[in-house]
Design a protein around this ligand. Structure first.
Ligand code: SAM
Length: 228
């Protein structure tokens, strides 16, 4: 792609970030989203829509979440330099890249994905965008990723039937997790493990995500309402 495209994409990205600012997104998340080239994380057929605030199809019945949803989750997580983060649902790799910006080179994002083709494409996207602090695994993220636990932060990007206990157990003391829960009606939850070990769950509000499929997620035979 030539210089003209680069300039146009940068302009569109700045316009998107300005719209997210009006919605109250924090300065640090806005900065991270300014740095991540979302057009490198969508299939070429959707490149011209990369900076529209909407989810887009990434194949295999899955989506890259809308930018405002990524921003809301990152703000709820309050990501800091050096954090060790678990993502459940790598998809395109975009959300992982935004989190990788926020935690810097001293931090790391471990991202799980259950669809082999999306593991391949997310790894390619992440490489093309130049991120080295993200590792993608082909695995059922509903059981977490015990080999790298515990985590400062956990970001679940697919909707679970209920909060999977292995994920809560893999949170550090003082850790935070965001997770959508529900089938036909979904809500986003912020789960915190306080310094005394108490787990507190707060409902943020209604959202729409693809289903979490796995041992502690939905099962294929359950046919979740929004199985797309
Ligand atoms: N974070 C993604 C991005 O930035 O593009 C958005 C992902 S999409 C909304 C949700 C993803 O979760 C899908 O790619 C889906 O295959 C994946 N998923 C569903 N169940 C999963 C599981 N048990 N473990 C890992 N990934 C899962």
């Amino acid at each position: 792609m030539g210089e003209w495209y680069f300039v146009e994409f940068s302009k569109k990205r700045a316009e998107l970030v300005a719209r997210l600012k009006v919605r109250g997104v924090s300065e640090k998340v806005l900065r991270a989203m300014t740095n991540v080239p979302r057009h490198l994380f969508v299939p070429s057929v959707h490149m011209s829509s990369a900076y529209v605030d909407t989810p887009l199809n990434i194949g295999h019945g899955q989506t890259i979440s809308a930018p405002h949803m990524v921003a809301i989750m990152c703000d709820l997580l309050d990501l800091q330099e050096g954090h060790k983060v678990l993502e459940v649902g790598a998809g395109s790799g975009y959300n992982a890249a935004v989190m990788a910006e926020l935690i810097g080179n001293t931090g790391i994002v471990y991202s799980t994905e259950r669809i082999p083709e999306l593991v391949g494409s997310s790894k390619n996207n992440i490489k093309a965008a130049g991120y080295r602090n993200i590792e993608v695994f082909l695995s059922d993220g509903s059981i977490g990723l015990p080999e790298h636990a515990p985590y400062d932060r956990i970001c679940v990007t697919a909707s679970a039937p209920s909060i999977p206990q292995p994920l809560v157990q893999q949170l550090k003391t003082g850790g935070r997790m965001v997770i959508p829960v529900g089938d036909m009606f979904q809500s986003l939850y912020l789960v915190t493990r306080d310094s005394d070990g108490t787990v507190v769950t707060k409902e943020w509000g209604g959202v729409v995500f693809v289903p979490l499929i796995g041992k502690h997620g939905f099962h294929f035979e359950q046919k979740p309402y929004r199985h797309h």
